[in-house]
Structure formats: C-alpha cells, structure tokens
Write a protein that binds this ligand. Sequence first.
Ligand SMILES: [Mg+2]
Length: 258
Amino acid sequence: MRDATGVGPVSSGGPHVVPIQAIVFDLDNTLTDFMKMKEVAIEAAIDGMIDAGFRIPRDQLRARIDTLYRELGLESQRVFDELLQREFGEVDPKILASGIVGYRRARESALVTYPHVHLTLLELTKRGIRLGVVSDAPRLQVWLRLCYLQLQHVFDAVVTFDDTGERKPSPAPFREVLRRLDVAPERSMMVGDWAERDVVGGRSLGMRTVFARYGDTFDTKESGADHEIDDVFQLVRIVDELNGTPPGSRGGTAKETT
Ligand SMILES: [Mg+2]
C-alpha cells in the first residue's frame, strides 16, 4: 500500500478516494524529538548536580537516573528527588535545585520541532484541514510542550491521557479526538512514530494511517501503515494527491481542468 515516496498507489485521486478533512498527530517523536530533548536535559542536570557537590562518577550517576526513569516513568517529576533520597537518605536542596535548573534550561533550548513541522501545519491549515493531537502524556505536560513549541494555537483538538484515562492503542483517545474534530474516521489521518500504538489504534477506528519513520526509536521493520514518511512535509503531498488538489496550487487558485 505504500512506496518509498510515502505516497501509496491508492493516491491516484480518483473518485473512489475519500477526501481527508482532518489530520491527527502524535506529539512525542512525531512533532518534537522528545528523546533528544530528554537526553540533552538529563546531561545538563548531571552537570548541575556534580557542580553542586554530588561526588559520583558521571556514568554511574547517569545509570542511576536511567534506572529511576524506567521505574517511575519518563514523565516522572520526582526522579532527582528520589535519586538524592536513595543516595544520601535526604534531599540536599542545593544539589536538587542545581539539577533542576540545568535540566530546565537545557530542555527549553532542546525542545524543538522536527524540520518542516511548522511549514507543514501551515500548509495543511491553508488547505482547510483540521488538526488534532492525541498523546499518552499527562495533560499539563502536553500543553507545556505545545507552548514551548509555540503550537498552542494551531490545533483544533488536543486529547491527552487525562482526557480519556486510556492509552493508545485503545480506541478511546482516537474516538475522542475525532469527536472533537467532528470528522468521520475515514476522512481523517493518524500520524505517529509508534506502530503498535499510533498505527494500530488509528487503523482500528478506520483512520488512514501514516508512520513517521523519522521519529522511530524501535527500528521498526513493518509499520503496517498506509503511508510512511521520512519528512513530515510529505504529508502535504499525500493530502494533495488524496484530495485531488493540483500540485503547486494554493487553496484552489490554479486553473481547473474540469
Ligand atoms: Mg510518539
């Protein structure tokens, strides 16, 4: 159903193709390189804690932090507290604060969108496509990330873990985002980096699916998606082919042949 360009053979624009009215994005590793941000932020936190007096070899400190994130979850806000508590039996506020400041400063500069995300969202909006986000992250964390990325005004619907209490691939968050977008599943597209969650979940409701290979951290061989993309801007071409918008036109200004 797909080729190397990310546009499958179904994309001939014939009358059997249902036009796309809405696109739903996963957030982490689809719109933003979350793993890179986390990596940079943790390293800066380690610098801060060592500077404030945490005397332990850097690689050991890193290993303990990684273990804590595995235990408490990537979204945990207590990792550094827990690290100090376990090491010293108490939380040294100077070391904690130094780690947090290092983390936050690095996060602010490292939390950016993948190339062409803003351009793609703008072009999709010009075409009248409604835009949504569905994320398994907690509500506040999702909105903080969207604000850092200056995407807080872009989406018509944002569904987080707290909105349904269920994680992808459960149909609940997909159903909720489609309800808020007021669009039928077959007229929507789900874009994500995690095949077992984003692709499986979207497909279970009948959404067209797009695998964001550029965000793949699992070395996925078979995504099972209708399309695969190596750059998010390929979405614009997929939509134009499915919706029959002539390439190069903007909002139907190109001359019509019919
Ligand atoms: Mg993701």
